[in-house]
Design a protein around this ligand. Structure first.
Ligand SMILES: NC(=O)c1ccc[n+]([C@@H]2O[C@H](COP(=O)([O-])OP(=O)(O)OC[C@H]3O[C@@H](n4cnc5c(N)ncnc54)[C@H](O)[C@@H]3O)[C@@H](O)[C@H]2O)c1
Length: 389
């Protein structure tokens, strides 16, 4: 079987998630190419070495350029913060490698477009890490919409809520630094919701937004590498540094097909851990989803007779549910890690069949355009049309 030799940059949260995908994909899916976990890269020698051993990579490296230059690598997988995506993806494309890049595609629309141009010019395959598309319940939501069960779509209401920075003494990690992250929960969380909306409803035409940074300065960060290869963060309370991204963002949107959208992303919601949820209302019915209960899709149909109408709770674990057929017997639910196995199958299968994987950098650029419009709307305090950008 043809091998796809992978070089992955970044070994922490997403590095571990993608490694989980490469390691397990062949156990569940029938593959047409064989993934080879060739080399993993990170800045800290001690950490990347531990990660290589633990996750099952053949080699480790601390200089990402050396990984891209290697002749024995076919696919570069980028799991680093956003400010590095463009430089790494463009270098990988120029070296003729396929590129899988985590979301958001970049920290600016200009960079995202340059990345798309580079992969198109090089004629390589490209994919962006919107893994939530591979949640079986979200795939079912798409099927129900395509089957016309919701009728004309009126509303998309999407929230992505977390609580990990509510404590004002939580240190200034890279996600709170605009130079590295670009934006706060907008690019980190709402990017996923925007992609889900694009996937399920269609494209957004215009937005109006507001945002707020509630905690304006935080203790400086001290980073330590644990034996697991993961980085442990500690706060240096003697030193405060400014927070340069928003803590919460929200926007209204109008979709090209006439639907109205409401989006909210915040890390200041005590009790909400990874509350990535949406509700869609149409002329014939509604659906609702929340990732904290990811195997469930709620569906209300006006076609049901009046006396039995009500939201039905669909446990999305049947063999006829997309993605679930390779997993366990019905009712034996899946979790977060499995979305990466599904996502990496989509990537490898597209490479094997010489087609473009989905979501591609084109989807990444579409999402980036909305992010940029939201930023512009906040700055200029007005509705921003996407075709202005
Ligand atoms: N799809 C998802 O659900 C999801 C979830 C979390 C993060 N993300 C995205 O994944 C990306 C990474 O986020 P994360 O949470 O894994 O971050 P992280 O802080 O856990 O890991 C970042 C990794 O990048 C490496 N790195 C940083 N600078 C580097 C350099 N110059 N050279 C080589 N390696 C370098 C670090 O060593 C570290 O291993 C971001 O774009 C983020 O938005 C996606």
């Amino acid at each position: 079987m043809k091998e796809i030799r992978i070089g992955m940059i970044g070994y922490s949260f997403m590095g571990k998630a993608h490694s989980f995908g490469y390691k397990n994909v062949g156990m569940f899916y029938d593959l047409k190419v064989k993934p080879v976990m060739k080399v993993i890269c990170g800045r800290k020698l001690e950490g990347v070495k531990a990660a290589a051993e633990r996750y099952g990579w053949e080699e480790y490296e601390t200089d990402w350029r050396k990984v891209i230059e290697r002749d024995d690598i076919d696919l570069i997988d980028i799991c680093t913060p956003g400010h590095l995506h463009a430089e790494m993806a463009i270098a990988a494309a120029e070296a003729g490698k396929h590129v899988f890049c985590e979301k958001p595609l970049a920290n600016s629309l200009e960079d995202a477009k340059r990345m798309l141009e580079a992969v198109q010019k090089a004629g390589v395959k490209h994919m962006v890490g919107f893994n939530y598309r591979t949640v079986p319940a979200i795939a079912l939501a798409k099927r129900l919409i395509e089957e016309g069960r919701l009728g004309e779509i009126y509303h998309f209401r999407g929230v992505y809520l977390q609580d990990w920075i509510v404590d004002p003494d939580f240190p200034l990690v890279w996600r709170l630094d605009a130079k590295i992250a670009g934006t706060g929960p907008l690019g980190d969380l709402a990017a996923h919701t925007i992609d889900i909306a694009h996937y399920l409803i269609g494209e957004i035409e215009e937005v109006v937004a507001q945002e707020k940074t509630f905690i304006k300065e935080r203790p400086a960060l001290v980073e330590k590498v644990k034996g697991t290869g993961l980085v442990e963060v500690e706060a240096d309370k003697s030193r405060k540094v400014p927070v340069t991204v928003e803590d919460a963002t929200m926007f209204l949107a109008r979709f090209k097909n006439g639907a109205l959208g409401v989006f909210e992303a915040s890390r200041m919601c005590p009790g909400r851990k990874n509350f990535n949820g949406f509700e869609i209302n149409g002329s014939k019915g509604s659906i609702a989803f929340n990732f904290e209960d990811m195997n469930i899709l709620w569906f209300f149909s006006r076609d049901d007779e009046g006396h039995i109408q009500g939201f039905r709770r669909i446990l999305v674990t049947e063999p006829e549910h997309k993605y679930f057929n390779v997993w366990w017997p019905a009712g034996h639910i899946i979790g977060y890690g499995e979305t990466f196995v599904n996502e990496i199958y989509n990537l490898l299968d597209a490479i094997a069949e010489d087609r473009m994987p989905e979501p591609s950098f084109e989807d990444g650029v579409k999402c980036q355009k909305v992010l940029e419009a939201v930023v512009k709307s906040v700055k200029e305090r007005r509705w921003v049309r996407l075709d202005e950008l």
